[in-house]
Design a protein around this ligand. Structure first.
Ligand SMILES: [Zn+2]
Length: 278
């Protein structure tokens, strides 16, 4: 009999089994023993258990129930997409947040300047993206254009120094506590990776514009992931930013939606933990 276990259930079963195995009076049910035995036999499931146990309770709770082998197959597809990105630069799944930084002198390689064009609008002249994100923006904007929507790009790559000035500006306007909710300290911004952008207008009103409605519906199909969703400020460190998207690729967007409650932060934390675990 093949028992299909949820990944979280399997995790708990495995812990139960290893704990009970030490006890003389085991009360483990045969199906649980079989699930735990499979975990021992399959090193990847055993690794998955270890990674899941180390994740935050909030992240664990957000992971969908499902079959562990299916999860691992999806994970492999996502990891394989790293070959679509330059291996001479940071991984598309590089973890950057309030506690994970890049150095002040990090600059993505081969930044491409965004020129005025017929696909999308730009509202500044100093915009640039990493080549992978630049190309993905072309694809996204082409699809939007076909649906009669012209997107406006407001912010893209930002250097450490630019981000420092921006953060200091918002602190002077709103005070430190409020600035921290919406502006990143230098070295902690996804914008420094050259893989994230802000659409205009950069405020909550974007959500109700034709562009906002369109990207909400379609961005993930083209590999662009909303970084700071509503209701997750305690997880991402930032309030809802309906205008800010990070390019991570189509497979990763699917993986995020299917297994991680569509929360990018959870998925990227998981991937980094997986890659750091032997
Ligand atoms: Zn942004």
């Amino acid at each position: 009999m093949k028992k299909r276990n949820s990944i979280l259930l399997l995790s708990l079963v495995f812990i139960t089994f290893t704990a009970c195995a030490k006890s003389k009076s085991s009360t483990v049910k045969p199906a649980e023993v079989e699930a735990a035995r499979q975990a021992v036999l399959n090193p990847e499931i055993e690794k998955l258990n270890r990674v899941l146990v180390s994740m935050s309770p909030r992240c664990k709770a957000a992971i969908s129930n499902g079959d562990a082998e299916e999860f691992l197959a999806d994970l492999k597809k996502v990891l394989a997409t790293r070959s679509d990105f330059s291996n001479d630069d940071l991984s598309p799944f590089f973890l950057i947040d309030k506690t994970h930084k890049v150095s002040a002198d990090y600059e993505p390689k081969g930044l491409i300047h965004l020129e005025k064009n017929d696909l999308y609008a730009i509202n500044k002249n100093n915009l640039s993206l990493r080549p992978e994100a630049f190309n993905a923006l072309q694809v996204l904007a082409t699809a939007a254009k076909k649906d009669g929507v012209t997107l406006t790009v407001s912010s893209t790559y930002r250097s450490y120094d630019y981000q420092k000035n921006l953060f200091d500006y918002w602190v002077s306007v709103d005070g430190l506590e409020e600035a921290e909710r919406e502006s990143a300290r230098p070295g902690t911004s996804q914008h420094q990776l050259g893989m994230a952008l802000d659409f205009a207008p950069v405020d909550d009103a974007f959500d109700q514009t034709p562009g906002g409605k369109w990207v909400y519906e379609n961005a993930a199909k083209y590999g662009w992931s909303l970084s700071f969703p509503k209701g997750y400020e305690d997880v991402t460190g930032y309030r809802w930013e309906c205008w800010h998207f990070r390019y991570i690729g189509v497979e990763a967007c699917k993986f995020q939606k299917k297994w991680f409650s569509d929360v990018q932060q959870f998925m990227i934390e998981f991937i980094n933990c997986w890659l750091e675990t032997n």
